[in-house]
Design a protein around this ligand. Structure first.
Ligand code: SF4
Length: 347
């Protein structure tokens, strides 16, 4: 890290600032690099809702478990398997005999479906702008190749509306570099015009420190700001092919976020032309509201209203081996980060 920039940050003596790192990868890197210990008291970092597994509501897990129990093969990224539903996780369903298959991409799930035409296969499609294009590609390929035994259960989300929902929780955001590589910078310019400030940054310690320093300087100017501090990856235009693919296959919908409730136009669902690949329609799945363990404070953690240390279950009942809430399951979750790097976090 550039010692000069670190010193500038340490010497910050302006008004108290709440800076929300929206991405779970940022949260972990901030801990791993010991960045919290470098910050003066006046700067408070808050972990936000940028971990896709963490913000996926309990009812979605319940729907996936219901499908698995009906004999559908569930293909999913590994983290989702251990997220508790209202009364069972996918791991529990697997113990009962359900087939839950871990994949690294929706295209792997599609290949599995093609290789096993006698089995119904559903891919659990969660994530933000970064991962959604791959789900869209799988659906488009499935349609083109007439793969009838493949569908996806969508819980895809977009970040821009979440910033509006969280605008009172932070003075500035650390915007995620990988999502921004797809979206481009137009959404941040609009956020800035609407009074919301932030800096796009990468994922190394020096990049994060630089972004924090930029935030302190810009906040001192007293007006909303946006800075792209990750120009080697994020261009103004972003990924036009990625956005075009999403737009072709999916459309915006109101979406429920764990802890944040329903945020208008913050989710994506398959367009009607692709209804045959929409697991909710294909299997007549009912909406399930779902209920988390009432003592779990994931919702408050995701809004920045408390830290994992404020949860009565943290490290007593809830651990990475026995997670009670989603934020302890995923590597990108705040509770997982606080658990892994707990001592420094507590200090
Ligand atoms: S420590 Fe566990 S129970 Fe508490 S908020 Fe985090 S995930 Fe939920």
């Amino acid at each position: 890290m550039n010692p000069e920039i670190v010193e500038q940050l340490k010497a910050y003596d302006g008004r108290p600032l709440r800076i929300m790192e929206v991405c779970g990868t940022h949260t972990h890197e901030i801990f791993r690099q010991g960045i919290r210990s470098l910050l003066p008291e006046k700067i408070r970092l808050i972990s936000g809702p940028g971990c896709p597994v963490c913000v996926t509501p309990v009812g979605y897990i319940d729907q996936a478990v219901a499908l698995a129990r009906r004999g559908v093969v569930i293909c999913t990224f590994g983290d989702l398997i251990r997220v508790p539903g209202s009364e069972a996780s996918l791991a529990d369903a697997r113990k009962e005999g359900a087939v839950i298959k871990m994949v690294y991409s929706p295209l792997d799930a599609l290949e599995f479906a093609k290789a096993n035409p006698d089995q119904d296969v559903v891919f659990l499609s969660v994530g933000f702008e970064t991962t959604t294009p791959a789900s869209c590609m799988a659906v488009r390929n499935a349609k083109n190749e007439a793969v009838r035994n493949f569908s996806i259960l969508t819980a895809n989300k977009t970040m821009d509306q979440a910033y509006y929902a969280l605008r009172d929780s932070a003075d500035a955001f650390l915007y995620p570099g990988h999502v921004s590589a797809i979206t481009g910078t137009a959404i941040y310019r609009q956020l800035c015009a609407d009074g919301i400030s932030g800096v796009i940054t990468g994922f190394t310690g020096p990049e994060i420190i630089t972004a924090l320093t930029v935030i302190t300087k810009k906040c001192a100017e007293g007006k909303p700001f946006f800075v792209n501090a990750y120009p080697r990856v994020v261009t103004d235009e972003g990924s036009r092919p990625g956005r075009k693919l999403i737009h072709e296959i999916m459309e915006p919908i109101d979406s429920e976020w764990r802890g944040l409730g329903v945020i208008p136009r913050s989710g994506l669902a398959l367009r009607s032309e692709y209804a045959d690949f929409d697991a909710r329609k294909k299997y007549n799945l009912e909406n399930i509201s779902g209920h988390a363990n009432p003592a779990c404070r994931c919702g408050d953690v995701l809004k920045g209203d408390c830290t994992p240390f404020d949860c009565p279950l943290f490290d007593r009942v809830c651990t990475p081996e026995h997670p009670v809430g989603a934020c302890m399951v995923s590597n990108e979750g705040a509770c997982s980060a606080f658990y892994t790097y707990g001592k420094e976090a507590q200090e």
